[in-house]
Design a protein around this ligand. Structure first.
Ligand code: HEC
Length: 262
């Protein structure tokens, strides 16, 4: 008789144990069967992601960092950068990338997979990190500018960095210089990557901030250190001149005034 009563009780315990292991507690605080569809974990097409943090973490943080995440390229929450970069340039670079570098274009035309709205969310989210900058130690140089005097740039560079020592060896590494654009070098001289030991324009040389002209000079010096695959120096690539400052094209010769053939 004992056996016949023990069996149902045993079965009840066994069934409860099975039920418990087959269930999980979900963030909604309720128990659910394992494998029961979880709406929160449902796959979303990527164009439905409109959360800035998710967009930045999925697309940018590995290369640019932010907050406590340190990455190889300038952090997008670098305050000097945020005060430097014009919003339309920020949007343009995210949309189209920088050709010939590792910066991909994220716009649909570039096959980047982000919608115009998502790029807008990224631009606004990045700019929302911006705080007023203290420029009392020296005015912020311009975002873009022509290449300056390389010899002067070299003199400034050697005031601060001994060649073949970090970070000088990174700035002058031909592999690094071959991967980035002239604009990025200028940006780097101005905003630095303080978290990796690359100073901004305030800390580049001892005692004072670099001026706008000196930023152009140092950038020119870095550009002249580019080498081709045979280790030969490449000619400095001139920064494109904005169309407005190009000399006026002379008017086409008036054909009616052309000398007549005898
Ligand atoms: C695979 C690495 C990689 C990823 C991913 C990446 N970037 Fe970049 N980014 C770079 C590199 C390298 C450069 C330097 C390009 C150059 O040489 O001009 C750059 C440059 C930039 C610049 C221009 C800096 C300047 O000189 O003003 C911006 C802005 C930027 N990235 C934003 C972003 C944002 C926002 C994302 C995410 C949507 C992103 N990047 C994703 C590698 C990356």
């Amino acid at each position: 008789m004992i056996r016949s009563r023990a069996l149902p009780i045993g079965l009840l315990f066994a069934a409860t144990a099975i039920l418990q292991t087959a269930c999980e507690k979900r963030p909604d605080g309720k128990m659910h069967f394992m494998g029961e569809p979880n709406p929160a974990a449902k796959w979303k097409p990527s164009e439905d992601i409109t959360d800035f943090t998710a967009l930045y973490s999925q697309n940018c943080i590995a290369c640019h960092g932010a907050g406590k995440t340190v990455a190889a390229s300038i952090a997008m929450d670098n305050q000097t950068y945020l005060n430097l970069v014009p919003a339309d340039i920020l949007k343009n670079i995210i949309t189209n990338g920088v050709k010939g570098t590792r910066m991909p274009g994220f716009g649909e035309a570039e096959g980047g997979g982000l919608t115009g709205r998502q790029i807008e969310i990224l631009v606004n989210g990045i700019l929302a990190w911006k705080k007023p900058l203290d420029t009392s130690a020296g005015a912020l140089p311009a975002y873009a500018g022509p290449l300056g005097n390389a010899a002067n740039g070299q003199a400034l560079f050697s005031q601060s960095f001994e060649k073949d020592r970090p970070p000088a060896e990174t700035y002058l590494n031909p592999a690094f210089l071959g991967l980035v654009s002239n604009q990025y070098l200028r940006t780097l001289v101005i905003v630095g990557i303080p978290e990796l030991g690359y100073p901004d324009y305030h800390g580049f040389i001892p005692g004072r901030s670099l001026t706008d002209q000196e930023v152009s000079d140092v950038t020119a010096w870095l550009v002249t250190n580019r080498k081709n695959e045979f280790g030969e120096p490449l000619a400095a690539q001139p920064t494109p001149v904005p169309p407005a400052s190009l000399p006026a094209v002379p008017p086409a010769p008036n054909t009616t005034d052309a000398p007549k053939l005898p």
